[in-house]
Design a protein around this ligand. Sequence first.
Ligand SMILES: Nc1ncnc2c1ncn2[C@@H]1O[C@H](COP(=O)(O)OP(=O)(O)OP(=O)(O)O)[C@@H](O)[C@H]1O
Length: 286
Amino acid sequence: MKANVAAKRDLHEEAGANPAPAVHAELKGVSRIYGVPGHGGVHALGPVDLTLRQGEFFSVVGPSGCGKSTLLDVLSGLSVPTEGSVSFEGKPVAGKVPDGVGVVFQEDATFPWLTVWDNIAFGLRRAGVDPAEIERRVNYAVGFVGLKDFAKAYPVQLSGGMRQRVCIARTLVMRPRLILLDEPFGALDAQTRLIMGDELLKLWRETGATVMLITHALDEAAMLSDRIGVMSSRPGRIIEEIETGWSRERDSRIASEDGFGQITARLWRLLREESLKAAGLAGGGS
Ligand SMILES: Nc1ncnc2c1ncn2[C@@H]1O[C@H](COP(=O)(O)OP(=O)(O)OP(=O)(O)O)[C@@H](O)[C@H]1O
């Protein structure tokens, strides 16, 4: 998965040739209640204030059911907040995913009737992109995610990790400036997760995109992120933001660095009580 300067253009335009507007996604006083407030509605999220800085790798961890996916849905425009406002690059987000934002979900979202190549080309075709441009971008993306030999295969012929790479490539060919990932490696075994995490870090470095990753794995958050938002139990609020201080050139081997254990221990200190609350087991001492 080597990327040279020319090839990088296939996933992301050169800053000088077509400057991307400054990515700046923000949630202000955002709450999400499902159903009718006060009439059995579920207060899933908030209030949350969050600013994503351009080009950072931000992860969100929190107890089960605390509103992590809701946070991502609201930020992506897939869900409308009950209160508060969401903006991306200075413009309000409401009701649809803005151009420049790409979303990758946990579940296998490949189309079983399309080949790997056609799955990746799907969004570009729908957007009416010129066929020669589609050819160029998809060929590059297929190689980038290591699926060149499987371009003509159908999803059923792939492993779970390979199918997830198809989904990531399908998002990347649209050249998102903000990539939102909801537990994208949740269904994978531990080793594949580490490898996919390293691939994600490479993509993040080479495209210059801003990334927000939802994960329940504390070591994954500690390994991949510049900054980690820790959520409370439902209704989820961000109770702490932790800067990891890692260099951009990191990979999963960072787990053996001084300081890695302190980050995961701090995350667990913050999350233990919230996780007990979420599991209905709070009050059992510290
Ligand atoms: N469409 C919906 N209608 C009603 N309630 C919902 C809906 N979506 C989510 N919820 C509820 O909102 C709360 C937060 O759900 P959400 O999926 O955002 O949490 P999560 O932190 O991503 O969960 P998990 O850790 O299990 O992935 C949960 O109590 C869930 O049952």
